[in-house]
Every structure is written in C-alpha cells, then in structure tokens.
Design a protein around this ligand. Structure first.
Ligand code: DHB
Ligand code: FE
Length: 285
C-alpha cells in the first residue's frame, strides 16, 4: 500500500460517504405516509423483540449494542453499514419485475457527473496507474433487442489497491470514474485497469462488528456501472471477475452469476479484453 493511502480510514471514507448521501440522495426522497412508517417501524421493532426474547439478550449485550450504534453515527458509517448489510434486499425488491439486465447494489461511492469520454476512450487515470489494463467492449440494447444510441454508461471502481477516488484521500479527483455515451449502434469501448478486491474499512464501527462476530471484511473485485437511456429504467450494476476468492462470500451479498465477466488475455500480452453489454427495461407505463 502506498503512503497516500495511509489515511484512508473509516472516519474519512464514512464522513465523505455521509456528505455525498446528504447532497445527492436526500432531495429526491418523498415524504412517506404515516400509515406506512407506522407499519414498517412496528414490524422492525417486533423482529427486534423476537430476537431479544428468543436469545434472552442481557443488559450487557443491550448496552454494547447501544454503544455500537452511537459509534456508527459518530464515525459517519451509516452509509457503509446500510449498503453492505441491507441494500442488497432493497435492490432485489426494487428490480424483481425486470426482464432485462440483472443489477445489484450501488454502494456508498457513486459520484454523479463523471467526465464524459464519448463512445470510446480511457477512464481518467494517473500516469503509470497500477493494475492490469482492461479493454471492455459492449452494446446497450432494449428488451426488444433494439440498439440504444446515446445511452450513458457511468463507470466507477476502486484502484489496484482497493481505494476509490473522492473517498480515500491522495487520489486525483475522478480517478477511475467516467461517463461513456453509446454510438449510433448502441456500442461503447472502455479502457481502464482491473480493480483489486475491496476491504470495507476495518478501523471503525463496521470493522468492530466484523471483528466481534469473527466475519471477514472483503468484497470481490468489481466494476460499478449505472446505465441509462431515455424511456428506460436506470440500471445500477456491478461486474465481477471469475476466480476471485470472495465471489462466493461477498460481505455485501451483491454478487450474481449474471454479473460475472469472462475476460480474455490480450493477444499482445498487454492486459485483458472483455465483452459485456446491457439490456435495459422500458419504463413502466
Ligand atoms: C461498500 C463499498 C463498496 O465498494 C461497495 O461496492 C459496497 C459497499 C461499503 O463500504 O459499504
Ligand atoms: Fe464498490
């Protein structure tokens, strides 16, 4: 790990993810009707009472939970906690009607309006960006098979040390983040580097839970995408690499077989190539 990453703490990532959430996501949240709040809050509390009774939870355990919940908030780790342990079921329910591409969780590290690179190009990266080069080609289509010209493919991913720009300090703004626009045939070509597996920060409250429970903190290496086109539902997905030791026990439960890439070594030995396209569902009437 390089010196620039020494301060990639839970506190720094958590605070940045919390600020991002507040500025990008809260404006669009509609008021939830009282009846719905009451129903959901009551059911969640009933589930908690059930656990307490079944397992005879003690005052010591109750106080440990209280202290832990306080520390999640103080460390700004609610986005990290919720996106790792809850979002995958929200995503499953939100997309179960779809005929097109499978998606998966967004996670805490998306930033809108990444630099535009046209239909073909490289993502912004440092000179000598570490990692194996990867050239990815694909096409965006609708569920009826028609090509979607002018579709947006937003890509963001961790670097070869497992860190995200704009959240871990020391990385240039927009490093390994870009927006591509499909050509007249719905096609795109992206040059980037393969990301490393990602470990959720272990020095904060989420890390404490993982250590106390004897779990691990790893997500397999993944590329994040948001794919959008007029008149179609936004697809949020991640793509994975075969052979990663955490494909079968992702801490965020976000791996699906449909999202596995089949990279091929490049014929000139300069990295890898991969083909993967997206099928978008038309917006529901
Ligand atoms: C988290 C980080 C990710 O990169 C991701 O894809 C999902 C969750 C997290 O730290 O919560
Ligand atoms: Fe991620």
């Amino acid at each position: 790990m390089t010196a620039t990453h020494e301060t990639a703490t839970a506190a720094a990532s958590g605070a940045n993810a919390t600020e991002r959430f507040k500025s990008d996501k809260l404006a669009g949240v509609a008021g939830t009707p009282k009846e719905r709040v009451s129903l959901l809050a009551r059911e969640v509390l009933e589930a908690v009472y059930g656990t307490i009774r079944r397992h005879k939870v003690t005052y010591d355990e109750y106080n440990a939970l209280k202290a832990w919940l306080i520390s999640v908030g103080e460390g700004g780790e609610w986005p990290l906690f919720l996106d790792v342990w809850v979002e995958h079921v929200i995503e499953e329910v939100a997309t179960e009607h779809r005929q097109g591409n499978k998606g998966t969780i967004e996670g805490p590290y998306y930033v809108p309006d990444a630099p535009e690179q046209g239909a073909r190009g490289s993502v912004p990266m440092r000179e000598n960006e570490p990692g194996t080069p990867l050239t990815w080609t694909g096409q965006v289509t609708s569920t009826d098979g028609s090509a979607l010209a002018g579709a947006k493919v937003e890509l963001w991913h961790a670097d070869a040390d497992g860190f995200y720009s704009q959240f871990a300090p020391g990385l240039p703004e927009w490093n390994l983040r870009a927006t591509f626009t499909t050509d007249a045939d719905g096609k795109f070509e992206i040059r980037t580097v393969r990301p490393a597996p990602y470990q959720i920060p272990t020095d904060g409250a989420c890390g404490k839970l993982i250590a106390a429970a004897g779990w691990h903190a790893w997500r397999p290496a993944h590329l994040h995408v948001k794919v959008s086109a007029p008149g179609h539902e936004l697809l949020t997905a991640q793509l994975y690499f075969p052979g990663d030791e955490h494909n079968d026990d992702d801490i965020a439960s976000a791996v699906k077989p449909e999202l596995m890439l089949s990279p091929q070594p490049a014929s000139d030995g300069s990295g890898g190539t991969v083909e993967y396209g997206f099928i978008l569902d038309p917006e529901q009437a």
